[in-house]
Write a protein of this length. Structure first.
Length: 193
């Protein structure tokens, strides 16, 4: 069984890129990592462990799209268990998908869930900007995009709201926090114009 100190962000990144060819899906996991690790830092939690969880939360999605026990995230979690990943990581990954029925009982699970959907909305909002630069993205503009149900239809607004509630953070404070975390990694996310 891997211990906390054995969990490596580099190994998780390698596994994620091995299983995921899609550049947009890779960037999604990197965006979630940026937000989740920012929360880890803010909460005094282990950043590398939280980064690993964020990087791997959708790593099996491309190979095994959602489809019951034989799909995402079950297949990926089974693989991570075989590799000896800690239960906290696998539980958080299962909990990020409501359909699994796995309760989000840890801070890590609640943060992962809260950051997952909103990073998609932020990314979509940046990509429709003329400058495509996240540094110039504002919360005010995100509020308009969030309220526009036709914009980024795949982003479940109810999940975003529920995520902030489960964290005990006001919705727009949470979104501003995630935006700032993503702005800090603009180059890696290819959102710097």
């Amino acid at each position: 069984m891997l211990q906390l100190m054995d969990v490596s962000r580099d190994e998780a990144y390698r596994l994620m890129t091995e299983w995921t060819e899609s550049g947009s899906l890779r960037k999604h996991m990197l965006a979630v990592e940026a937000a989740v690790t920012a929360y880890a830092r803010e909460m005094g939690e282990p950043e590398e462990l939280w980064a690993v969880t964020a990087l791997l939360h959708d790593f099996d999605y491309e190979r095994y799209p959602i489809g019951g026990k034989g799909g995402h995230p079950y297949v990926g979690v089974a693989h991570l268990k075989e590799l000896g990943y800690p239960e906290g990581v696998t539980e958080a990954i299962l909990g990020h998908a409501d359909f699994t029925g796995v309760a989000r009982t840890s801070k890590l699970a609640r943060v992962l869930y809260a950051c997952d959907e909103i990073t998609g909305l932020i990314t979509a909002a940046v990509l429709v900007r003329p400058d495509k630069n996240i540094a110039n993205q504002t919360v005010k503009s995100l509020k308009k995009k969030f309220r526009d149900k036709a914009f980024a239809k795949g982003v479940a607004r109810d999940d975003v709201r529920r995520g902030a509630e489960e964290l005990g953070v006001e919705l727009w404070e949470h979104i501003a926090f995630v935006l700032e975390a993503m702005q800090g990694r603009a180059g890696l996310l290819e959102l710097s114009g």
